[in-house]
Design a protein around this ligand. Structure first.
Ligand SMILES: [Mg+2]
Length: 320
């Protein structure tokens, strides 16, 4: 039979072991409990930082949206016409080169700038030049600038108001060329798609700037002055070509030279190529990035009515 004395040492060992085990467990608790708290604290701090970051980004986006300047479709092109010295250089370059061509054309009686309309014998006809008015002779960029500033788009009523102000300035180089041509005995015709109702204001504006306007015959041929004088200018070019040898033509639009302009972009490019011998010699194109049949061609001459849709269509037409 085991006595207490026999059992005691063993019990002591067991108790010691239990004590050691308990202490070890306590130590573990002491070591792990702060880690958990630390982790929880770190997680909370991280979540808070992320929340603050998201909030700051939202504030930043909100401020950017509030400060954003709405960019009108025509802001860049109108500014270029109005402020770029390069624009002035281009138009002056075109008209200066035109003086050289004019002298060559005056000498050569077989020379005509109207291959489609000049159908009769023309060698002995007196010489003439045909110029478009808007963005060829007169600079209407202030009208475009108003549309940009007010967020508007072309409207026949506001356009007529602008024309009646008679405040358009001359396209750089145009006056010098036209005065030069007139001094050489060349008849100067202005063929424009301004409405016939704007003829008086148009004449006043041109005269005030010093552009010669002969009075013996009508040299300002506007749209719908006659029943068959539509947007296509061929019928008016024909009227001129019946009485004059057309030495040169000037415009900012393909339609100022040919009636073949309301077609696809590829077909328009082809028309330009087919007439390559005319450009820079008998046909002088002036730059106009603000409007023109080039824009119509983007939409196959069926532009959406909604301004936002038109802008989207232009994005779609970008060649990347
Ligand atoms: Mg024009």
């Amino acid at each position: 039979m085991k006595t207490f004395e026999h059992v005691y040492p063993r019990l002591s060992v067991v108790l010691i072991l239990i004590g050691a085990l308990t202490m070890a467990c306590s130590m573990r608790d002491i070591n792990t409990e702060p880690d958990k708290r630390q982790l929880r604290k770190m997680a909370a701090e991280k979540a808070k930082a992320e929340e603050e970051k998201a909030k700051a980004e939202m504030e930043k986006a909100k401020t950017a949206a509030e400060n954003a300047i709405p960019a009108h479709n025509n802001l860049h092109s109108t500014l270029w016409v109005q402020t770029a010295a390069e624009y002035d250089a281009l138009t002056r370059q075109a008209y200066a080169a035109a003086q050289v061509s004019l002298l060559a054309g005056l000498k050569d009686r077989k020379w005509t700038a109207a291959p489609v309309e000049q159908t009769e014998k023309f060698s002995n006809l007196p010489p003439a030049v045909i110029l478009d008015i808007d963005e060829t002779v007169l600079d209407n960029s202030p009208y475009q600038a108003r549309l940009v500033a007010e967020g508007g788009s072309f409207n026949p009523d506001t356009w007529a108001e602008w024309c009646k102000e008679e405040r358009a300035k001359a396209v750089p180089g145009a006056l010098e060329f036209i005065q030069f041509a007139a001094s050489k005995g060349v008849k100067v015709f202005y063929v424009s798609n301004r409405d016939a109702s704007l003829e008086e204001a148009t004449r006043n504006n041109l005269k005030a700037l010093g552009f010669p306007i002969d009075e013996d015959i009508d040299v300002v041929l506007l749209k719908k002055e006659e029943d068959n004088w539509g947007s296509k200018k061929g019928t008016r070019r024909t009227v001129v070509a019946q009485q004059f040898r057309v030495v040169m033509m000037f415009g900012d639009n393909l339609g100022d030279f040919t009636d073949d302009y309301k077609t696809s972009r590829a077909a328009r490019d082809q028309v330009v190529e087919d007439n390559k011998s005319y450009w820079g010699e008998r046909w002088i194109m002036l730059p106009n990035p603000t409007y023109g049949s080039w824009q119509g061609a983007i939409f196959d001459f069926n532009a959406p009515k909604d301004a936002r849709d038109r802008v989207e269509g232009k994005f779609d037409a970008l060649q990347k």
